[in-house]
Design a protein around this ligand. Structure first.
Ligand SMILES: C[C@H](O)[C@@H](O)[C@@H](O)C(=O)CO
Length: 539
């Protein structure tokens, strides 16, 4: 059955939320408002909507809040019903995936174009997860739910015709035109990886239901990359083994470099010195365990499990991802670990970002470009209200930290704010700052059609007046680091339609020409390793 068969067939609406009750409660008002507008749009087109699960007054929200809850709700739904998944908040995709995998009716994922909560980020994660799972879906987003583009596509979906988006900006990468230096570097890195192999240290696989972020070993191992499955319990233990003196040395280093921590005394709402010291301990512990297991990159999922034991891992992650960072010695004090270089870290154990980070680190090192790279959320985009540029400017923002080398004055531009309590009960400092203007390579590894794929493109990180930066922070999460990114040759809607992840990887190059070379070298490396590579918006 499709939605067109009868306008009397009600459309079923479901909404996935966070696992954290505090986040679901705080964010419910935005979800309710979005649903009202979305339902009005569907009704205007002659269809009715029923919610597949109800608002729960005891919990104070109407989200599906666990995988089990999702499975039980889907048991009550007609598997043929046309289904809309509506998202205004960050959500865990696995709450829905079990149900969606056996759903036979048409599926439409929808988000509101708002930065307030990471609803667009949740939508992109769900779309990436559905893509990896091979589940057919359509996707839409809108600021008002009354604009023509949205209504035209919604009508198409309701009529059973499916949604149409322009993705002509993406084209298969052709290595034939690649300059000799980029080709040579890319091929060498692929050969070296296959021969010498590398290890991704994964501290508890699968963060926040991000199914798309898990690379099956059968796809990863042929590239010469293997997972070391590590436990956050071991990280907690090792964190507790570090001495006060060692932790204080890390804090002193950050202070000496000029990082400004905004501290207070209330553990529940303020960033405290004790929280920062625990983060310094975790940083030392993570490096020692990575050294024990010979890891080439590590990922700490943090947001389940460790969130109840230790302050947020973000300050740790930003330090790890930088070549300018506090020194860490082996337990016996005889060796400096990973001296002079980052230990690439993939936030939220996003293994696709881990693989990308590993390749980016090697490509940029070989080309003499800055090696510091990080993922960001594709959080939101908006026209530049200051009139500095005519372009749509993306808010790339991640939940806590980027390498401080991405800021104009490095650590001196880094500010530490307490993580928002609704996500992070145990607090911890973010590394907040504005990513400096410069030429950027963006990329994303993802799984589709049972294969590893990579999309790459170019962006400019631009400077905006502080008022406009603050407007963007206030419209999103002001405690988190931001990059003002103008994507080359890719419109907002093209990016949304094509990108198969909530995350995007970014790295700087010294010049536009250097960035083009670095992008192509990485494309060659990925293609030589057997990935299907596309260039987006650029040739
Ligand atoms: C704290 C939140 O859950 C964030 O982790 C979330 O918005 C993300 O960063 C998702 O990539």
């Amino acid at each position: 059955m499709n939605a067109s068969q009868s306008s009397r067939t009600p459309i079923t609406l479901v909404a996935s939320g966070d696992l954290r009750q505090s986040a679901n409660q705080v964010c419910w008002a935005a979800q309710a408002e979005m649903e009202t507008r979305l339902i009005a749009a569907v009704e205007q087109l002659g269809h009715s909507v029923v919610r597949g699960h109800q608002f729960d007054p005891d919990r104070g929200h109407g989200f599906i809040a666990s995988q089990r809850e999702g499975i039980e709700i889907f048991k009550t739904l007609d598997p043929e019903t046309p289904l809309i998944v509506a998202e205004a908040v960050w959500q865990y995709s696995h709450h829905l995936l079990a149900g969606l995998m056996s759903h036979r009716g048409p599926i439409l994922t929808v988000a509101n174009w708002s930065g307030q909560w990471p609803g667009l980020v949740g939508l992109l994660n769900l779309n990436g997860s559905l893509t990896k799972a091979g589940i057919r879906y359509d996707s839409l987003w809108s600021e008002t739910f009354s604009d023509e583009a949205f209504l035209t596509n919604l009508k198409r979906w309701l009529d059973g015709a499916g949604v149409s988006h322009d993705t002509s900006h993406a084209a298969p990468f052709d290595a034939a035109d690649v300059p000799e230096q980029a080709r040579h570097v890319g091929e060498q890195i692929a050969t070296e990886l296959r021969q010498n192999k590398a290890i991704l240290g994964v501290f508890d696989e699968g963060c926040m239901g991000m199914f798309n972020a898990i690379i099956p070993d059968s796809l990863l191992n042929p590239l010469g990359v293997f997972k070391e499955r590590l436990s956050q319990s071991a990280l907690y233990f090792e964190t507790r083994q570090t001495t006060d003196r060692e932790a204080q040395q890390v804090r002193d280093w950050l202070d000496a470099k000029g990082m400004k921590f905004h501290t207070g005394s209330n553990h529940d709402t303020d960033l405290t010195d004790a929280q920062i010291l625990d983060q310094c301990r975790m940083y030392i512990a993570a490096m020692r365990i990575a050294d024990d297991f010979g890891c080439d990159a590590i990922g700490i999922q943090y947001q389940q499990g460790l969130k109840d034991l230790l302050p947020a891992s973000d300050l740790v992650e930003g330090m790890l991802n930088d070549s300018v960072r506090p020194p860490v010695m082996s337990r016996d004090g005889s060796r400096e670990l990973f001296a002079g270089r980052p230990l690439p870290h993939f936030n939220e154990v996003d293994e696709c970002a881990g693989l990308d980070g590993l390749l980016t680190d090697r490509v940029h090192r070989a080309l003499g470009q800055p090696v510091e790279n990080t993922l960001h959320d594709l959080r939101w985009s908006d026209r530049d209200a200051s009139g500095t540029v005519d372009d749509e400017v993306w808010v790339l923002e991640i939940s806590g930290a980027v390498p401080a080398s991405h800021f104009e004055n490095g650590w001196a531009d880094a500010e530490g704010f307490r993580q928002p309590p609704m996500y992070f009960p145990s607090g911890g400092s973010t590394i907040r700052g504005i990513s400096r203007p410069g030429e950027v390579v963006w990329s994303r590894v993802y799984v589709a059609d049972g294969r590893l794929k990579m999309d790459l493109g170019r962006a400019s990180s631009i400077a905006l007046p502080i008022d406009e930066t603050q407007r963007r922070w206030d419209a999103t999460t002001p405690q988190w680091p931001i990059m003002h990114a103008v994507l080359h040759g890719v419109s907002r809607d093209q990016m949304m339609a094509r990108h198969k992840a909530n995350h995007i990887q970014v790295a700087y190059a010294h010049s536009a020409a250097d960035a083009d070379t670095a992008m192509k070298a990485k494309a060659v490396a990925a293609q030589s390793l057997g990935m299907e590579v596309s260039l987006c918006g650029v040739k």
